[in-house]
Design a protein around this ligand. Sequence first.
Ligand code: HEC
Ligand code: HEC
Ligand code: HEC
Ligand code: HEC
Ligand code: HEC
Length: 312
Amino acid sequence: MISWPILMMPLLPAKPPVDNGGGGEQTTSKNALIFGIISLILAVIALILMQVNSNLKKMSDDAEGILRPEPVPFYRNKVYIAMLALLFFVVGGFYVTKGAIGLGRQKGYQPIQPIYYSHKVHAGLNQISCLYCHGSSWDSKHAAIPSVNVCMNCHKAIQTYEKGPKLYHEDGKEVDGTAEIAKLYQYAGFDPNNAAKWDPAKAKPVEWVKIHNLPDHVYFNHSQHVRAGKVQCQSCHGEITAMDEVKQVSELSMGWCVNCHRQTKVNFNYTDSTGNQFYSIYEKFHNDIKKGKMDSVTVADIGGLECQKCHY
Ligand code: HEC
Ligand code: HEC
Ligand code: HEC
Ligand code: HEC
Ligand code: HEC
């Protein structure tokens, strides 16, 4: 069965999977402008030709002595009114649909977080691995946000911010890193002067604002991409190591997902660990069938007997 999004695919905007400054968008809007101008010129020519045609007809009628009713002014001409209504319908429809598809998209979203936590300082300058804090992106659907206790693994000892560069808010005001670490201690219930007495069980979670949000009807799985597909975090999230505060770089539209899937090749190398071991079985079957070792593939061969395929 072919569902409508697949039929719609040719209509989806062709955008590069990694947005490098919106270069793709610019050419699309330039093309739209050129098409718009050409359509306008053609419409004006058509109107002039229609006018010339009716004048010629009037002149020939006059020459032959045929009487014609008074001409209707253009604003009461039913053909013009119908054409105008059609135009409004098409143009209005286009913008309403476009707006409705874009509802809930939030490219560029960069909310103010309860603690000014810099990815540049942690993942960039101090080179802490993404997986140290977002480890579940390796083996589950969600990348997840680290708990306060993960922060405290280091910040029980690192109580001031002094080594890193000066940090700034969006509006140019300087950030006091040490005061931001103190905010973390508020959540953790940690007293730096009485560190030995800290009880991790009393920590309260930080209310981080979620930045990336897909609608509920889309299934997106991190491990499928990060582990099986070996896609870099940066391909989807941009240069996180250079961002103080995280910003949504990708559009998270269906066209974005689909374009990357169209362009990315699966590496079927199953003899060593560089390729995708998950789908390598298909290439093995292909080769075995070619060599005559087997003549067909059953559902069992592709994993139909694995317990978790039917049981959650
Ligand atoms: C020391 C812990 C830590 C490390 C290391 C870290 N992060 Fe994060 N990350 C966080 C915290 C805390 C948040 C939530 C606050 C925020 O959005 O800035 C977050 C948020 C994010 C978000 C936004 C999530 C959302 O709300 O949609 C992305 C994307 C992200 N991190 C990617 C990365 C990548 C990629 C790396 C490695 C280059 C990385 N992180 C390294 C702690 C970390
Ligand atoms: C692996 C160790 C480590 C972990 C885990 C860690 N930090 Fe840090 N943090 C550091 C280092 C190193 C610095 C920089 C100190 C300096 O430059 O003086 C720092 C600086 C900071 C600063 C001041 C600079 C800034 O980013 O505003 C804040 C606030 C902070 N950390 C919050 C957090 C939070 C919140 C978490 C948990 C999500 C966390 N840290 C987890 C090591 C860590
Ligand atoms: C193929 C694209 C892609 C890759 C690769 C990717 N992410 Fe994501 N990430 C997303 C999308 C899409 C969402 C929004 C998910 C949602 O709303 O359900 C997201 C959400 C997140 C979040 C918010 C919490 C969550 O799980 O929803 C964090 C944190 C995050 N990603 C971190 C990472 C890290 C770290 C890596 C690399 C180890 C990574 N991502 C790799 C696309 C990607
Ligand atoms: C940067 C490229 C990229 C982007 C963007 C991307 N994907 Fe993928 N996706 C991949 C790769 C590579 C694989 C293949 C993983 C593998 O080899 O198993 C994949 C596989 C998948 C699969 C499994 C397909 C199968 O037949 O098993 C699903 C489902 C999926 N992606 C959903 C999404 C969704 C939903 C989005 C958008 C929110 C998205 N992807 C965005 C690269 C991407
Ligand atoms: C092709 C799908 C499929 C696969 C693969 C599968 N099961 Fe089942 N399993 C079922 C169905 C359907 C039932 C329910 C049978 C019923 O209610 O009579 C079931 C029932 C069960 C039960 C309940 C007892 C019973 O016999 O009704 C157990 C235990 C079980 N499965 C274990 C497993 C284990 C362990 C594996 C992997 C070795 C596995 N299943 C693989 C479909 C599957």
